[in-house]
Ligand binder design. Structure first.
Ligand code: FES
Length: 96
């Protein structure tokens, strides 16, 4: 279990809060989608490569990075594609 009240984000393992459940992102997860799946948080996906946009979730708070460059699929200002991003701060997302 992760302490959601810890004062500062560990740069290498930011906390991910999805629909109120907090889990820890680890570098070996490689993508946010892998991290969510590992923790039984179900996200729809298709390509897992930033093309289709099927995995789109709402980013309420925090910042993510796209290590392979900006994805091709359309994303709104407050949306991210978990299949190809990683959190760089603690983040809070809403998974539909
Ligand atoms: S699964 Fe296709 S963009 Fe994420």
């Amino acid at each position: 279990m992760v302490d959601a009240t810890s004062p500062s984000a560990d740069k290498n393992s930011p906390e991910v809060t999805a629909n109120g459940k907090t889990v820890c992102f680890q570098q070996q997860d490689k993508t946010l989608l892998n991290c969510l799946e590992k923790n039984d948080i179900e996200v729809h996906y298709h390509c897992r490569d930033g093309f289709c946009g099927a995995c789109r979730v709402k980013l309420n708070k925090g910042q993510v990075l796209y290590p392979q460059g900006e994805p091709l699929a359309f994303v709104g200002d407050d949306e991210i594609l978990p299949c190809c991003c990683i959190p760089i701060t603690n983040i809070d997302i809403t998974v539909e």
